[in-house]
Design a protein around this ligand. Sequence first.
Ligand code: NDP
Ligand code: ZN
Length: 350
Amino acid sequence: MYTAIGYAAQSATTPLAPVKFERRSPRADDVAIEILYCGVCHSDIHQARNEWGIAVYPLMPGHEIVGKVTAVGTNVTKHKIGDLVGVGCMVDSCRSCEACQSNLEQYCLEGPTMTYATPDRVDGSNTMGGYCDSIVVSEHFVVRIPEKLDLASAAPILCAGITTYSPLKHYGVKAGDKVGILGMGGLGHMGIKFAKAMGAEVTLFTRSASKAEEARRQGADHVIVSTDAEQMKAAAGHFNFLLDTIPVQHDLNPYLDTLRFDGVHILVGLIEPVDPPVHAAKLVLGRRVLAGSLIGGVAETQEVLDFCAEHNITCDIEMLNIHQINEAFTRMIAGDVKYRFVIDMATLKV
Ligand code: NDP
Ligand code: ZN
């Protein structure tokens, strides 16, 4: 065991504050990592504030982790000391169920061990995320950061990137498809880039007309202001796919109207009940599909990192001093970040 330092919430109503805590010494299959950067995902806010009702305190968020290997267990073969590596949303799973055997650890039938606020499968301790100086993770859940990628802007690929890449790929988005991205935050801006790289014609749905120019810079061909009923109506029956990153309950019905027959509306932002309810006719009359998707498996996370290196895709980031993490949460809720905060972990020590 050794002492680590970081930022954690002690309850749903207290801000994140500095803490010292124990990290385990590496087990035989573990990699110890000095964390250099960690992205700030909207899930970190949901969890720190117990908005999903599953938080465990102290809760240390952070699942877009990039750093350098400092030690390896005796059985580790995939990584060595000095390697630049990443850890995303999961740190373990049962590894034997049908999902795990299919490289879909995120759908582990026993439930994956998440990077934070989940009991460790070996010792039962509460997992602590990446808002800190170091982490110890089984090598299977540690990915390689391609040399070509800038380290800080690679961090959000580990959640925002894989969460948008995986469903676009799974549903077979291809050249010429019409793809709508709902919300341009951390996930949404990556969704635009991936859909574009896959050859789609991309439209951003946003509440903020002011984001139009930025969206085009990210690769969007069109922008629809979702609060403008006329613009929504004009898009009726247009899209093959919608990728919905909106983090709060919202009316899906006007969006479903914009899908063609056989169109797919993929939810990634919402894990609460859909409210107001979906009118089933919108699905039935157009054989439309309402779907969901959770991050991506470890192999696919490596794949998206390599895809980003190959296609020169990077996240647009704003570097964050960790001491400003609570202000960053407030700014994210106000939509005031372009488009992902990434904590510079060197600021932890000053
Ligand atoms: P951000 O806060 O960075 O972005 C969310 C975007 O949604 C905003 O920029 C805004 O875009 C839009 N939005 C925000 N509030 C509202 C609102 N009240 N009504 C309509 N649109 C709104 O969040 P992230 O991209 O980090 O995360 C998005 C969601 O995805 C979160 O709920 C997160 O927990 C979830 N998530 C899910 C994962 C999965 O595996 N399924 C993995 C990671 C995250 P605009 O201003 O353009 O309208
Ligand atoms: Zn996330």
